[in-house]
Structures are given as C-alpha cells and as structure tokens.
Design a protein around this ligand. Structure first.
Ligand code: AMP
Length: 219
C-alpha cells in the first residue's frame, strides 16, 4: 500500500506513522528523520539543510525530491511505503506523481490528520525527545518520571531546535502557505481522506486504521 500522511506539524504524524507502518507492513519514510540523521552525522546535505530547519523554513525542493527518489527505490519500499512529512509543496507532489507514474506504482490514499493551530503550538513547545532511544515525551501530557531523563534508557531529553515557540509559529505559517494547497491537489485526484487528530494517540490510531483498511489489509 502507498500512503501519504498529511497534516500540520504537531498533528502527531510521527507517532501515528510508526503504528500505521507496523500495522500495514510498509516502511515509514520520514523526510524530517532522514534530514535530522544527516544533520547529526554532519553530511554535506545535513549542513545545507540545518539552516532551513532551524529557521522553520522548508529545505529546497530539489534536495528533498532527490532524497525521496532514492529512498523509495530501495527494495523495502517497492511494494509500498508510508510517507511522513513529504510532499510539503505542490512541486514536490508533482515530482512524486511523475516518479510514481514512471514506476507504475500509484498512490492508494492520502490521509490528513486535522488539528487546530493553537493545539499544535501547545503540543510542539512541550515536546522533548530522548537523545538515546528517540522516545518522545511531553512536559504536560506525558512527562518523564525524572525531569530531563528518559524513563526507558536514561538518556538526556532535549527540545528540538525547531520546537521553540517562534519557530513553531513560523512552521505553521509555512504549512498554511506551502503545504495546505496539497489538500486540494489530492482531493482533486480523489485520494484525500480526513481523520480528526484529537483524543488519545490510541483513539487517533483506531480512526486512521479504520480508514486505511478500506485500501489494504493489515498484515
Ligand atoms: P518534520 O520532522 O517533518 O517536521 O521536518 C522538520 C524540518 O525538516 C521541516 O521544518 C523542514 O525544515 C524540513 N523538512 C522535512 N521534510 C521536508 C520536505 N518534504 N520539504 C522541505 N523541507 C522538509
């Protein structure tokens, strides 16, 4: 199954993507995760991307499209994938469409997670990630037992540079101007489905799975 997960930053795409990928047996491809790994490893791509990411801006389309093109060509993605954080602009969506036509591998569904903007700001500014195992905590909704320390592995919890409030607001503005037009793009193609991303992560996962089951069987 080929799925795109769409929604503003903080809609819970990352959390939901992990569960959906597991349920439907497809690789979870997050362009944000790939970029952060490059930043961590100090690659030239990472160095170039970091300044855009820290400002809450989008990394240039040609960089991202090349990155996704090679990732979806890997063997584990031939039968399907879940894209999280890509496409983010109409040119990215057009490039993806062309790549998939060439490979005769059409998309099945675009699942949009909707959530109000003020809720997004609350969620993202409280988010903390474990440097060790990547587990995500929330200062209010899901705090660690000890301040700043991961319950699972004892690693240090840090705030993503782009989760600071002013950057979150900028990311939302970028979402509205550059990514929201994709909703129309996919609606026109009959691919857009909506899930309200409010409630517990388990409730959202249940709604998302119910929609996705109409397009493919869980493994
Ligand atoms: P995310 O983890 O998906 O919120 O991505 C974090 C940051 O990485 C974004 O704010 C962008 O700077 C960059 N990024 C991730 N995916 C894309 C994309 N498809 N196009 C452009 N920039 C991206």
């Amino acid at each position: 199954m080929r799925i795109i997960l769409l929604g503003p930053p903080g809609a819970g795409k990352g959390t939901q993507a992990v569960g959906i990928a597991e349920t439907f047996g497809v690789p979870h491809i997050s362009t944000g995760d790939i970029l952060r790994a490059n930043v961590r490893d100090g690659t030239s791509l990472g160095v170039e991307a970091k300044r855009f990411m820290d400002a809450g801006d989008l990394v240039p389309d040609e960089v991202i499209i090349g990155m996704v093109d090679s990732r979806i060509a890997e063997p584990d993605a031939v039968a399907g994938f879940l894209l999280d954080g890509f496409p983010r602009t109409v040119p990215q969506a057009e490039a993806l469409e062309a790549l998939l036509v060439e490979r005769e591998a059409p998309l099945d569904v675009v699942l949009r997670l909707s959530v109000p903007h003020d809720e997004v700001v609350r969620r993202l500014t409280g988010r903390r990630t474990c440097d060790g195992c990547g587990r995500i905590f929330h200062l209010v909704a899901d705090p660690p037992a000890t301040d700043g320390v991961c319950d699972d592995c004892g690693g240090a919890l840090t705030q993503r540079d782009d989760d600071r409030e002013e950057v979150v607001r900028r990311r939302l503005e970028v979402y509205t101007t550059q990514t929201e037009p994709l909703e129309h793009f996919y609606w026109e193609r009959g691919l857009l489905r909506d899930v309200e991303a409010v409630g517990t992560p388990e409730e959202v996962a249940a709604s998302a799975t119910a929609v996705l089951r109409q397009y493919g069987a869980p493994r």
